[in-house]
Design a protein around this ligand. Structure first.
Ligand code: DCP
Ligand code: MG
Ligand code: MN
Length: 345
């Protein structure tokens, strides 16, 4: 999706990949698994090329690119577009589906259901659909929440939080993670990691975050709560994250931005940094690697002696090897250290 734009920018085939990715997203939406896979593989091949692939013949010679896809690649390079994609984009059903998928928290299932119920526009949803509070926020602030946040604004918003946080507790440390830490020029949201020396559990930080959230509402920085600390019902542990919307109080025009807070005890800081820096594909590959080496990596730490049954299902939790130090986790896994800027997948 849009997340990997920056990684793609460095590829000589960036534009081709972008269009093929849109095509792939379309096939995902209409449940065409076969084409989705074919496009995914072709994109992976193109990502690995160091030179621009310009002709059908050239493309066809590469692994995992068939005749038809090769033709499409040449069409993209010569015309800067793809007729098949224009066609797909013009389909009214898919237009509505894409519109609905842009609502915060709405996935393919929900969007498909609304389309099948005959809804086509945001107004249809507003007037006729059964909506959750979050879906209403997503619809009312559709434009804002679908606008990328410039890097400077992410940093301004982060600074605002850091200032208020240090007034509440000078020992608390806050770091901006997510795509911002990976060096992105713009981000989809702001991801803040909150930690403090000598903490072993995120529960110790809950009272602090409660106060911080209250203050940020008072200062008219926070404008909505999407997932509150205490509503993470499924887990037995106290919540350790907060999802909401914020604005920069000093801005003349206030654009609603998505903001995430994650509470992390010092003992888990390294593992949480890896997780919350991403990207998601990089995380998946690190976890897979750990599991291949008989270990387990999650956002709290790296564990050993995990006993797995069939299909890699874990039987025992295993013993914690490392949680605190990001670099050490790489080391133990036998992976060369990668700066956050190099973790686009
Ligand atoms: N993450 C993950 N798997 C997911 C979702 C998130 O591993 N399914 C991790 C990796 C992400 C981090 O959490 O980098 C933050 O999630 P975001 O959805 O905020 O993604 P990014 O910050 O990477 O991108 P964006 O600019 O869209 O916010
Ligand atoms: Mg993010
Ligand atoms: Mn996020």
């Amino acid at each position: 999706g849009t997340k990997d734009k920056i990684a793609d920018d460095s590829s000589p085939n960036a534009r081709t990949i972008e269009i093929l990715q849109s095509m792939c997203d379309y096939y995902t939406r209409i449940n065409d698994h076969w084409r989705t896979t074919a496009y995914r593989k072709a994109i992976a091949t193109l990502r690995r090329q160091n030179t621009k692939v310009t002709t059908e013949e050239e493309a066809y010679r590469l692994p995992n690119i068939g005749r038809r896809l090769a033709m499409k690649i040449e069409e993209i390079v010569t015309t800067n577009r793809l007729r098949r994609l224009d066609q797909a984009n013009a389909q009214p059903l898919d237009k509505s589906l894409r519109l609905f998928l842009g609502i915060y928290g709405v996935g393919l299932n929900k969007a498909t259901k609304w389309v099948s119920q005959g809804f086509r526009t945001l107004d249809d949803l507003r007037q006729k659909a059964d909506l959750t509070t979050n879906q209403r926020v997503g619809i009312e602030h559709y434009r804002d929440l679908n606008t990328r946040i410039p890097r400077q604004e992410v940093s301004d918003l982060g600074e605002f939080v850091k200032r208020e946080a240090s007034l509440l507790d000078s020992k608390v440390e806050i770091l901006i993670g997510g795509s911002y830490r990976r060096g992105a020029d713009s981000s989809g949201d702001i991801d803040l990691i909150i930690t403090k020396r000598e903490t072993c559990s995120s529960a110790e930080l809950v009272p602090f975050l409660e106060k911080l959230i209250e203050t940020l509402y008072e200062k008219q920085f926070l404008v909505a709560t999407l997932a509150a600390l205490h509503t993470q019902s499924r887990s037995k542990e106290p919540g350790s994250k907060f999802h909401g919307c914020c604005v920069l109080p000093s801005a003349e025009i206030k654009v609603w931005r998505r903001i995430d807070f994650l509470l992390v005890p010092e003992a888990e800081y390294g593992a949480a940094l890896i997780y919350f820096t991403g990207n998601d594909i990089f995380n998946r590959s690190m976890r897979l690697l750990a599991s291949k080496k008989g270990m387990r990596l999650n956002q709290r730490g790296l564990y050993r002696d995990v006993i797995r049954g069939r299909g890699r299902n874990k039987v025992t939790e295993g013993e914690l090897i490392e949680g605190r130090d990001e670099k050490k986790i790489f080391e133990i896994l036998g992976v060369t250290w990668r700066e956050p800027r190099e973790r686009w997948c």
